[in-house]
Design a protein around this ligand. Structure first.
Ligand code: HEM
Length: 229
């Protein structure tokens, strides 16, 4: 069988099936296991710098991917002016490097801090490795195969949409260089491990804040008056 069929048809469907069904199963049957299991109390300084950089960088990069997927024609139009194309590319690359630096701090923190290392599971290491590969391959693709924001709309927007309508157009991806293929295969790995790992905490924030009932916070202690001071 053609390797492209395995990696760009069969593998994506296995990955997306795991992603959707195990996420729903876990949310319904084991809702209290959905957490990011914070280690903030064990170490805060490196977590602050690593987490802020990683999360802001990766969320903005993924919003960029989503925009290219959902409104590809508008992205092509936007990129038709060279200055705007350069700005898009430089911004995407800078955000990718920012996220990568943040992730390196987070990995370093788990390696050197004994208390954090003790509470790190093997699945946490798998997640860190797969996300690391995503960021390194993404940054390399953006650097070596210019201009990605342009050809994404002609290759990956129709490919990903073809998967969504169950008519996979593997011929769009097959001629791509192996580095780009690795980026995509690895991102389906990320989707596959999502419901089995702490990544699932993404669904708890900030959605629960939008739909949960109002809270009234009461202080259960006497308020010190001027007189008692
Ligand atoms: C199947 C889904 C994905 C596809 C098809 C895809 C494809 C691409 C392409 C074509 C580029 C080059 C863009 C450019 O040069 O402007 C890119 C860049 C990048 N990707 Fe992805 N990607 C996917 C998912 C992800 C995910 C889930 C992550 C992070 C966890 C990620 C992280 C990055 C980073 C950091 C860059 C470099 C920054 C940028 O140019 O935006 N990608 N990706």
């Amino acid at each position: 069988m053609d390797w492209n069929i395995i990696f760009f048809v069969i593998w994506p469907y296995i990955s997306l099936t795991l992603f959707f069904f195990v996420t729903i199963y876990r949310s319904v049957v084991q809702p209290f296991t959905i957490s990011s299991l914070s280690s903030q109390l064990l170490e805060n300084k490196k977590l602050y710098w690593g987490s802020i950089s990683f999360h802001y960088g990766v969320v903005l990069v993924l919003i960029g991917h989503l925009v290219a997927l959902v409104i590809p024609k508008s992205v092509v139009l936007w990129n038709s002016v060279p200055l705007r194309l350069y700005l898009t590319e430089i911004t995407g690359l800078a955000l990718g490097i920012w996220a990568l630096l943040g992730l390196i701090i987070l990995i370093y923190r788990r390696l050197i801090n004994k208390r954090v290392k003790v509470v790190t599971t093997w699945m946490d290491w798998v997640v860190l490795l797969v996300v690391l590969v995503s960021l390194i391959t993404g940054v390399l693709v953006a650097t070596l195969y210019r201009f990605g924001s342009y050809w994404f709309t002609g290759v990956f927007s129709p490919y990903l949409l073809s998967l969504a309508v169950f008519q996979p157009q593997v011929d769009l991806v097959a001629p791509m260089p192996w580095l780009i293929k690795l980026h995509v295969i690895n991102n389906f790995m990320l989707a596959a491990i999502f419901p089995f790992s702490r990544l699932i905490h993404i669904f708890t924030y900030p959605i629960s804040y939008l739909i949960r009932p109002w809270q009234i916070v009461l202080w259960n202690r006497k308020i010190r008056t001027q007189k008692s001071l």
